[in-house]
Design a protein around this ligand. Structure first.
Ligand code: PMP
Length: 407
């Protein structure tokens, strides 16, 4: 037996050999994932040598391509190098990390903030640091996977952490869960501000009132909200007109900020505790200098160029109205994330393929990222899109959806 067939027989690899779905989708030409982008040209990308209109990026303010961010990142590489070569806890903290944290804390109106290397790690670290033995974490069913994984990590680290999932944005279901728990039990209520797949907004004032009534802390994920909603882009709290609706606010830099990394902000003692107990912060290398500098420059731009945010919000309204009047099912979306809800996986992939062939880049989303039978095409917009490009997209979407009897 040669080495590779010996390896193939090891039981741990059995599921890998049995997994056929991706190959089947590739063979039928309906495999949308891992497509390499060869170049970015403003609101277009080049894939397989063809230019496509990008309606599937989280680069909401176009900052990932902004010359000022590129310059800031390059200057940081020249000054600090390409890696911090260690975790924040040890040799991986730069003066630049602390500058960014101070600026972010004041941007969201909090005492203190701590940055992680990704948004995913921020949720993993903050939730698993706080939810220790005997805690209950209460999470919206549509919350992002990184929140769920933070809870799973907490449960792995500390036995007796209990997870409750309430129906999406359903306050009665949430209260039903909380009512059964003693007031003295440690409780963390977690919600996305803007939901990542359906682009709807959490009812934050009501969530805060319920959290306060039952003694739960409120943790808000603003990945798709900061730089996107609210008059000055300060996110869901600003959208509702009150910057102090949450106990903790997290956000990632991989979307409106055009970088990568994440932060959580709140009261000084809570952030200091997270700093000392979040394993993804302690056991993983810190945000690289280039990304810290890019995030700082993005924050400067978000603070000084609100017209970008207003343009993005105007585009969202145009596309929400456009898709609704064409007869698409868009749920309760009200942000620059607009789902075209189709239901059936195969039809969703066929619609994705038709759009791709017509020069439009969008993302098909199926279970488990959305509930079963709620497959959708996730469209998302950038402030750099022009009205002409958006009208062209609406026309093509209408034509292709009619052919497939989606509308
Ligand atoms: N939270 C939400 C709501 C998200 O949508 C994402 C990313 N899609 C994350 C957290 C994780 O952020 P990142 O990709 O920057 O690690």
């Amino acid at each position: 037996m040669n080495i590779s067939s010996e390896r193939a027989m090891k039981p741990i690899f059995e599921p890998c050999h049995e997994y056929r779905e991706a190959d089947q989708a590739r063979e039928s030409g309906l495999y949308p994932f891992f497509r390499p982008i060869e170049a970015y040209r403003g609101s277009k990308v080049v894939i397989e040598g063809r230019e496509l209109f990008m309606a599937g990026s989280n680069n909401y303010l176009g900052l990932a391509l902004d010359p000022r961010l590129k310059e800031a990142a390059e200057a940081a590489v020249r000054k600090y190098g390409t890696s911090c070569s260690g975790s924040r806890f040890m040799n991986g903290t730069l003066d630049l990390h602390e500058e960014l944290e101070g600026r972010l804390a004041s941007f969201v109106g909090r005492d203190s903030a701590i940055c992680f290397t990704t948004g995913y790690q921020t949720n993993l670290g903050a939730i698993s640091a706080l939810a220790t033995r005997g805690s209950h974490v209460i999470s919206d069913k549509y919350n992002h996977a990184s929140i769920m994984d933070g809870i799973f990590l907490a449960r792995g680290l500390h036995r007796e952490v209990t997870l409750h999932r309430y129906r999406h944005n359903n306050l009665e279901d949430l209260e039903g869960v909380l009512r059964k728990l003693p007031v003295s039990t440690p409780k963390l209520l977690v919600t996305d501000g803007v939901f990542s797949m359906e682009g709807d907004i959490a009812p934050l004032p009501q969530l805060k009132a319920i959290a306060d009534t039952y003694g739960a802390a409120l943790y808000l994920d603003e990945a798709h909200a900061i730089g996107v909603v609210g008059e000055t882009g300060r996110g869901t709290c600003e959208y509702y007109g009150d910057s102090l609706l949450t106990d903790l606010t997290m956000c990632t830099f991989s979307k409106a900020f055009g970088s990568i990394g994440g932060f959580v902000a709140g009261d000084r003692d809570i952030i200091d505790y997270i700093r000392h107990f979040a394993r993804p912060l302690i056991f993983s290398a810190s945000m690289p200098p280039s990304n810290v500098a890019a995030a700082l420059e993005a924050l400067n731009i978000i603070e000084t160029e609100p017209e970008r945010i207003h343009r993005l919000q105007q585009i969202a309204r145009k596309m929400l109205d456009g898709f609704t009047s064409l007869g698409f099912e868009i749920g309760t979306a009200s942000t620059p994330i607009i789902p075209l809800i189709i239901g059936d996986n195969e039809k969703t992939f066929m619609f994705w393929k038709a759009l791709f062939e017509r020069g439009i880049y969008v993302n098909p989303v199926i279970s488990p990222a959305v509930p079963p039978n709620r497959a959708l095409i996730r469209t998302s917009y950038m402030s750099i899109h022009t009205d002409a490009e958006l009208d062209m997209f609406l026309d093509i979407a209408e034509e292709e959806a009619k052919k497939l009897h989606i509308i």
